[in-house]
Design a protein around this ligand. Structure first.
Ligand SMILES: Cc1cc2nc3c(=O)[nH]c(=O)nc-3n(C[C@H](O)[C@H](O)[C@H](O)COP(=O)(O)OP(=O)(O)OC[C@H]3O[C@@H](n4cnc5c(N)ncnc54)[C@H](O)[C@@H]3O)c2cc1C
Length: 446
């Protein structure tokens, strides 16, 4: 029945009972590691016959509980299907197996002097399959978009075992419904993605990285709006709040100022002349909007050091408390300052510790509660705070998740976000593709 090695011993199953999401775990019945598409297809055919749930899994770095097993289910780990199959310089594409890490793909195309922009903070470990299934974003999303913008084609094994190829290397294609877009962001509920054809772009010739310090969060948010209003679209506009800055500095010793309310990481890339002009203008806008200091990286080493302030934010916060509950709300950029104030007030009212960081240029905030899941009273307060934050996000015209997905963590909020009609259509799509309900059951909605 099953391909390759099969794990069934309790101690071997433990690493597959959780992902990057705090306070959710469930043991599976077994874990399998297919090495080719035909094995994925055979396993799904068997699972359909036997009515066994199958949970597709990449690296398990997900932050919404998408790859948490159901009791007795089979976890299908795709990490052994990790080859970069073809870099096509003439068509600017790369064909990869789904278990390749984002970093391996980025490095493979970089060696051919090409660029794959999506760069989730987890890119060293996250798989391309996980990125497509979550439609992951990253630190360059503002200028370059998210994973969806780079998927030109994919091979998917449908829940009943049929293998389908969708898309091609054509820049334009309007033949029929755009089905591949239904599978992007489907969180392992509609099919198992086995191969992905990704669009590439030329590598930017130059890049400038800088870090601005602000005494007040409002001023940081106003600066972001002013940069966008000046019609500059940097590749990165990220921020850290006071709590996060302190944790990052304790962890990474970058030399960050500790007497400020916010720091903003900015990167612009492209033609050297444009980069020089944009970076000078951004520095000027920061000063006009009341920043207390701007540090411009002198070389690549310093640029990496400054960017690491943002890249290490989650890990730095995670050291502080036994349990780190990371939110992912996104609001229209005009509402950023108001949303940050709201989150800070909710945390203060509940006596909770929160660090806020995120993709400020995208309006995507990651309020991160530092707590302890054994403290039930505090976890109840965190749950209540999350409910208030989600309600305010929706009131401001935002979304309950900008990039981490719904999975188990956001499932109860989805009806509020989408309404009954949209949910019904989604349920019907799922039922049409997976009538037996074997693929990642219970995720996104019941
Ligand atoms: C430190 C840290 C930083 C992060 N930074 C970011 C960030 O900047 N941006 C961002 O968007 N996310 C971020 N994430 C979240 C996470 O890394 C992404 O969601 C990532 O895409 C998950 O990839 P994975 O391989 O770990 O997938 P998993 O966690 O294993 O799975 C995620 C979901 O995808 C499904 N899935 C996985 N592979 C397949 C497949 N081949 N076919 C069908 N379904 C599949 C699973 O069933 C599950 O629902 C971060 C996480 C961590 C821990």
């Amino acid at each position: 029945m099953a391909p390759g090695p099969v794990l069934t011993a309790q101690e071997d199953l433990i690493p597959y009972s959780f992902d990057g999401t705090a306070a959710i775990s469930q043991m599976p019945g077994a874990v399998v590691f297919p090495t080719e598409t035909a094995q994925v297809a055979r396993l799904l055919q068997w699972a359909n016959r036997e009515r066994v749930a199958v949970i597709p899994r990449g690296s398990g770095s997900g932050l919404s509980g998408g790859s948490i097993p159901t009791p007795g289910s089979v976890v299908m780990s795709l990490v052994k299907m990790d080859r970069v199959l073809e870099v096509d310089r003439k068509n600017l594409t790369v064909l990869v197996e789904t278990g390749a890490t984002t970093e391996a793909v980025a490095n493979a195309v970089s060696a051919a002097n090409l660029f794959y922009p999506p760069d989730p903070g987890s890119m060293r470990i996250s798989t391309i399959g996980g990125n497509v299934a979550e439609n992951s974003g990253g630190l360059r999303g503002l200028k370059y978009g998210v994973t969806r913008n780079y998927v030109m084609g994919m091979e998917v094994v449908l829940p009943q075992g049929e293998v389908v190829w969708m898309g091609n290397k054509c820049v334009k294609d309007v033949a029929g419904y755009n089905l591949k877009d239904v599978f992007i962001g489907s969180e392992g509920t509609l099919g198992v993605i086995t191969r992905v054809l990704l669009k590439l772009i030329p590598k930017p010739a130059a890049k400038k990285t800088m870090l601005a310090t602000f005494a007040e969060m409002e001023k940081a948010a106003e600066t972001i709006s002013a940069i966008i209003a000046a019609q500059i679209i940097p590749c990165t506009l990220e921020f850290l709040d006071r709590t996060t800055i302190k944790c990052v500095e304790d962890y990474a010793h970058i030399g960050l100022p500790l007497d400020c309310d916010a720091i903003v990481l900015m990167e612009t890339d492209g033609h050297p002349a444009v980069v020089a002009e944009e970076s000078a203008r951004m520095e000027q806008i920061c000063r006009e909007n009341g920043c207390t200091a701007v540090r411009v990286a002198k070389d690549d080493a310093e640029a990496v050091q400054l960017a690491s302030a943002r890249r290490t934010a989650f890990s730095a916060l995670a050291r502080v408390g036994p349990t780190t509950i990371l939110e992912d709300v996104t609001v229209p950029r005009s509402e950023l300052a108001s949303m940050i104030r709201f989150i800070q007030k909710v945390a203060k009212d509940g006596g909770l510790r929160v660090g806020i960081f995120g993709h400020m240029g995208d309006g995507n905030l990651h309020p991160t509660f530092l707590t302890d899941e054994r403290n039930h009273a505090e976890i109840e307060k965190v749950d209540r705070a999350l409910e208030l934050i989600v309600a305010e996000t929706i009131r401001l015209g935002g979304t309950i998740t900008g990039e981490h997905g719904v999975g188990l963590a956001k499932k109860k909020f989805l009806p509020q976000q989408l309404g009954e009609a949209q949910l019904r259509v989604m349920r019907e799509v799922r039922r049409a593709l997976d009538p037996a309900g074997i693929l990642n059951p219970g995720k996104m909605f019941d």
